[in-house]
Design a protein around this ligand. Structure first.
Ligand code: FPP
Length: 236
């Protein structure tokens, strides 16, 4: 049987960045302070991914459920994302980062949606790290959209394969995550990449996202390297 164990460095790491609110509460600060500190951790994670040879990094920055948060917090998060994009794009581009956005970007308004699209175009040729930002993203919506596309295209049911279906998801062209990290001790997938995480290794870190740094990223990769991945097959 072929050796199907994976390379010890994950090609694609996906992160559910959780714990910004608790980080702020523990310091008697408003939630926005936690999100601001979380944005700094985003920069550290990108640097850690680049320096460790990870090729795809997907960050869950805003879920489709996050719209249910108080309007003020939604506005703070939208502002932070806009600010982050404006202040970091030049450096990301120089570092060879390609930006891709999945999710309903248009819900953030035409200005941010257009800026995100311009950033995707500007960085399209970069290939050091593909940074996938999940914004207003929901895994179930992704699957339903793909099903709609299959029906609209009139694909006969018996011809619809997993491979064809995957090409209709928002992550078309992006390999499935090898490793999912969720910070803050919560142990849920929370409607993230439901289809794409089918065989990912799951790592739940107790560290709150604003505290997550290069050492935590490195420790996660070390843990991953010890995992035996079988993709449903049994060893012979
Ligand atoms: C979860 O913490 C985090 C979020 C809902 C948003 C993630 C946002 C950032 C990391 C900052 C901005 C992003 C970019 C790309 C610049 P929580 O608020 O659910 O924390 P809690 O569970 O402790 O309340």
């Amino acid at each position: 049987m072929a050796d199907i164990s994976s390379h010890p460095i994950p090609r694609h790491v996906a992160i559910i960045m959780d714990g910004n609110g608790r980080w702020a509460a523990a310091r008697g600060l408003p939630r926005v302070a936690g999100h601001r500190e979380g944005a700094k951790a985003v920069r550290r994670a990108i640097e850690a991914a680049i320096s460790s040879g990870v090729h795809y990094l997907t960050l869950f920055a805003f879920s489709s459920e996050n719209w249910a948060r108080p309007a003020e917090e939604v506005a703070d998060l939208t502002f932070l994302m806009k600010h982050y994009l404006r202040s970091e794009l030049k450096e990301l581009h120089e570092q060879g980062v390609r930006l891709l956005v999945i999710g309903e970007r248009e819900r953030f308004g035409p200005v941010l949606a257009a800026e995100l699209e311009a950033a995707e175009t500007k960085t399209a040729e970069n290939d050091r790290l593909v940074l996938v930002m999940a914004l207003s993203y929901g895994g179930r919506a992704d699957i339903v959209n793909a099903a709609r596309k299959a029906m609209e295209a009139g694909i006969p049911p018996e011809e619809l394969t997993e491979q064809k279906f995957a090409r209709l998801l928002s992550t078309d062209g992006i390999p499935d995550p090898d490793l999912l990290i969720r910070t803050s001790g919560e142990r849920r997938i929370s409607n993230f990449l439901l289809w794409q995480l089918a065989y990912a290794e799951l790592l739940f870190s107790p560290v709150l996202w604003p505290d997550f740094g290069a050492a935590d990223f490195a420790a996660s990769l070390e843990d991953y390297a010890t995992r035996e991945r079988r993709f449903g097959a049994r060893p012979v």
